[in-house]
Design a protein around this ligand. Structure first.
Ligand SMILES: Nc1ncnc2c1ncn2[C@@H]1O[C@H](COP(=O)(O)OP(=O)(O)OP(=O)(O)O)[C@@H](O)[C@H]1O
Ligand SMILES: [Mg+2]
Length: 227
């Protein structure tokens, strides 16, 4: 089953076409790996530890280059890490979201307006002056997402963003991303091991032996993986 977005004739917002990537000849990670995520879709990527999910996201951000094959992202992308402490660099919430805008040649007023709009989108407007160290894990992940929204990213790439969160914060975060994708017409690729999250996405991909071996309806994927 495909989601409505995939049934249109839109070009993909994220496309991986027959990609091979190896760290070294002894450490081949991806081989013949292909997937497409369409504009407005919220897709999840599953696979065992070491199957290459994080490597694939790094290829999508351009941090790595494939040895063969093509990578395409339509628009600008924002990357959310598993551990927000590796991502948030400024002392306060507002300063961190503003930091991502330093290269955009915006006026101070425009920066302020982007920051407040992005924090409102992730329900953190009241914490703009809060020190980062005084946030919960889920709040930190929402600050990271606000950074991408402030930069007007079209595509969100999230690598196990709930791995360090308790179940309540986990569901809060996945619900928020689903809502943001819908309300802002974003496209998101979310890596996870936690099958309950599949309930929130449009389509899922399973990475194994270096390539996508299964894709489609998240509920079917959940049943297959729970067996
Ligand atoms: N910088 C690196 N140098 C060499 N090998 C690496 C490097 N980073 C990852 N690898 C190897 O590439 C393979 C894929 O790693 P990757 O982190 O992409 O897996 P993953 O699917 O994200 O796993 P996990 O579920 O544990 O996060 C693994 O065998 C890993 O050891
Ligand atoms: Mg990983």
């Amino acid at each position: 089953m495909t989601s409505p977005a995939a049934e249109t004739n839109n070009a993909p917002a994220i496309e991986v076409d027959d990609v091979a990537f190896e760290w070294s000849p002894e450490a081949k990670v991806l081989q013949g790996c292909s997937l497409a995520v369409y504009p407005g879709e919220f897709c999840m990527l599953l696979g065992d530890n070491g199957s290459g999910k994080s490597t694939l996201l790094k290829l999508l951000t351009g941090l790595l280059t494939p040895q063969t094959g093509e990578i395409y992202i339509g628009g600008s992308s924002g990357y959310v890490f598993q551990n927000p402490d590796h991502q948030l660099v400024m002392p306060t919430v507002g300063a961190d979201v503003a930091f991502g805008l330093v290269n955009e040649r915006l006026s101070l007023a425009a920066v302020r307006s982007r920051v407040s709009e992005a924090l409102a989108a992730v329900n953190l407007a009241h914490l703009v002056r809060r020190p980062i160290y005084a946030l919960s894990g889920g709040q930190k992940q929402r600050v990271a997402i606000a950074g991408a929204i402030a930069r007007h990213c079209d595509v969100l790439l999230l690598d196990e963003p709930t791995a360090l969160l308790d179940p309540d914060s986990q569901i809060e975060l996945v619900t928020l991303v689903k809502m943001l994708v819908q309300s802002r017409n974003l496209t998101a690729l979310w890596v996870t091991h936690r099958l309950v999250e599949l309930d929130y996405c449009d389509r899922a991909f399973l990475l194994r032996d270096g390539r996508v071996i299964d894709q489609g309806d998240p509920q079917r994927m959940r049943t297959v993986l729970e067996e």
